[in-house]
Design a binder for this molecule. Structure first.
Ligand code: HEM
Length: 420
C-alpha cells in the first residue's frame, strides 16, 4: 500500500474515510510517524508492532486512567454526581487498574474464563446461534442485520447467562450497555454521551445490586455467585467491586465479540476464495479467527496514561500524557507479517495483538474465540446465499474500537438450511 500521498499531519482517525477503513491512515502513521502527536486528540498514537507490544508490557504506560480524570474533572462541587458515580464504577474495573489491585481482581476471575471452563458452554452458544438464524429464516423477508439480530443478541445472552442475569431482564441490560459505551469508548457527534452514559450506568448498577441481593439469598452456579463467595470467604473483594466487576463483564463480554463475529463474516464474504478454503477444511477455523483478529480485529487502539517521562524514537512522552497504542496498526506491520494487507486464513505467523498482551491480556479471549468459531461459520453454512452491499455498512466512529453499528445482509429464504 502506498502511504506517501497521505499527509500524516492531517490524519484524523475519526474522519469518515478512516472510520470506514482505518488501515491506509494507520499504515501512513506506522511508516512515517510511528510515535505521532495528534494535536486534535491531545494524545500520542503508537503504531509499530514492537513499540505497541513493548508499551503494553511496560508499567510506565499506566492503565490507571480513570481515577486521574475523575480527580481532575469530577471532584469539584459543580460536577454532576451521577457522572461522578458512573466514573467511580469504571475506576474499579481491572482493565483500568495497575498492580496490586489489578492482580487481586484478575486472580479472582481468571478461573472462570480458561478455555476449559468456557468450553462447557459451547452447546448453549450453538443453540443460540441456531435459534437466531431460524428466526431470520422464519421472518421470510430474506433480510437480517447481522449485528442487531445475530452477533449482538448471541454474545449478550452468553455473557448474561454466564453471569446469572435472567433471560427476561436481558433486553434492559442491552440498552444500559449501549448507553455506557460512550463513557468507555468515547466517540463523537454525541454531545450527550456523558449524561446518557451516567443514566445507563445508574440503572445497570441499581439492577445489579438487586441481582446480587437475589444471589445472596439463593446462590447459583454462575459468575455472580462466585464473585459474592470471593467477597465473603476471602474478604478480598468489596461490595462495590462485585457490582463494578459485573458491569465490566457484561460490557466487555459482548461489545467486542459482536464486532469480531461481524468482521469475521464480512472478511469471508469479501474474500470468497478464503471462504471456499474454510468450508473445504474445517481444521482451518482456528486460524481463520486468528486471522480476522489480525486483519480487522475489534481493538483499534488501547489507551494508556504515562506514569513517567519516556523517550521513544526521539520523542518524549511526558508524565500524564495520553497514549493510544494501536493493535490494528501493529497487526499489519510488514516487519512482522508478510503481505500484511492480505487476508489469508492459512497464515502461520501467530503473534497478533488483537487481545492485547502482558498483564491486561484479554481475560475473555477463550470465550471470544469460542463464540466466533461457532457463530461465524454457522451463519455462512445456514444462509449460503448471503450477500451484502458495501455502501450499507455503518462503522462506529470511535477511536478505541473497530466495529459496525449495522451490517444488513440479504439471503434467499428458500435456500436457507433448517436444523444443524
Ligand atoms: C473479540 C473479542 C474481544 C476483544 C478483541 C477483546 C480485546 C481486549 C483487549 C485488547 C484487552 C486489553 C486492554 C488493555 O490492555 O488495556 C482486553 C482486556 C479485557 N477483556 Fe477483552 N476482548 C474481547 C472479548 C472479551 C470477552 C468475551 C470478555 C469476557 C468476559 C472480555 C473481558 C476482558 C477483561 C475483563 C479485560 C481486562 C483484563 C485485565 O485488565 O487484566 N473480553 N480485551
Amino acid at each position: 500500500m502506498s502511504t506517501s500521498r497521505i499527509d500524516v499531519g492531517q490524519i484524523d482517525l475519526l474522519g469518515p474515510d478512516a472510520v470506514a477503513d482505518p488501515y491506509p491512515a494507520l499504515a501512513a502513521l506506522r511508516e512515517h510517524d510511528p510515535v505521532h502527536w495528534s494535536a486534535k486528540y491531545r494524545s500520542w498514537f503508537i503504531t509499530r508492532f514492537d513499540d505497541v507490544s513493548d508499551a503494553l508490557r511496560d508499567t510506565r504506560f499506566s492503565s490507571d486512567r480513570i481515577a486521574p480524570y475523575r480527580r481532575a474533572k469530577l471532584d469539584g462541587p459543580d460536577a454532576d454526581p451521577a457522572l461522578r458515580a458512573a466514573f467511580g464504577v469504571l475506576e474499579d474495573w481491572m482493565v483500568f487498574q495497575d498492580p496490586p489491585d489489578h492482580t487481586r481482581l484478575r486472580k479472582l476471575l481468571s478461573r472462570g474464563f480458561t478455555p476449559r471452563a468456557v468450553s462447557r458452554i459451547r452447546p448453549r452458544i450453538e443453540e443460540l446461534a441456531e435459534e437466531l438464524l431460524d428466526a431470520a429464516l422464519a421472518s421470510g423477508t430474506g433480510r437480517v442485520d447481522l449485528v442487531h439480530d445475530y452477533a449482538y443478541p448471541l454474545t449478550a445472552a452468553v455473557i448474561a447467562e454466564m453471569l446469572g442475569v435472567p433471560r427476561r431482564d436481558q433486553d434492559h441490560f442491552k440498552r444500559w450497555s449501549d448507553q455506557i459505551t460512550g463513557l468507555v469508548f468515547g466517540g463523537m457527534g454525541d454531545a450527550d454521551r456523558h449524561a446518557t452514559g451516567a443514566t445507563g450506568m445508574a440503572e445497570l448498577t441499581g439492577y445489579l445490586s438487586e441481582l446480587v441481593a437475589a444471589h445472596e439469598r439463593e446462590p447459583a452456579d454462575d459468575l455472580l455467585s462466585a464473585l459474592i463467595a470471593a467477597r465473603d470467604e476471602q474478604d478480598s473483594l468489596s461490595h462495590d467491586e462485585v457490582i463494578s466487576t459485573g458491569v465490566l463483564l457484561l460490557f466487555a463480554g459482548h461489545e467486542t465479540t459482536t464486532n469480531l463475529i461481524a468482521s469475521g463474516v464480512l472478511a469471508l464474504l469479501r474474500h470468497p476464495e478464503q471462504q471456499v478454503r474454510l468450508s473445504g477444511d474445517p481444521e482451518l477455523l482456528g486460524g481463520t479467527i486468528e486471522e480476522v483478529l489480525r486483519f480487522d480485529g475489534p481493538a483499534k487502539t488501547v489507551a494508556r496514561v504515562m506514569a513517567e517521562d519516556v523517550e521513544l524514537r526521539g520523542r518524549t512522552l511526558r508524565r500524564g500524557d495520553r497514549v493510544f497504542l494501536s493493535p490494528s496498526a501493529a497487526n499489519r506491520d510488514p516487519e512482522v507479517f508478510d503481505d500484511p494487507d492480505t487476508f489469508d486464513i492459512t497464515r502461520r505467523q501467530g503473534r497478533q495483538l488483537g487481545f492485547g498482551v502482558g498483564l491486561h491480556y484479554c481475560l475473555g479471549a477463550p470465550l471470544a474465540r469460542l463464540e466466533a468459531s461457532v457463530a461465524v461459520p454457522r451463519v455462512l453454512e445456514k444462509l449460503p446465499s448471503l450477500r451484502y452491499s458495501e455502501e450499507q455498512l455503518q462503522w462506529a466512529p470511535v477511536l478505541l474500537s473497530r466495529g459496525m453499528h449495522s451490517f444488513p445482509v440479504r439471503f434467499d429464504p428458500a435456500r436457507g438450511r433448517a436444523g444443524r
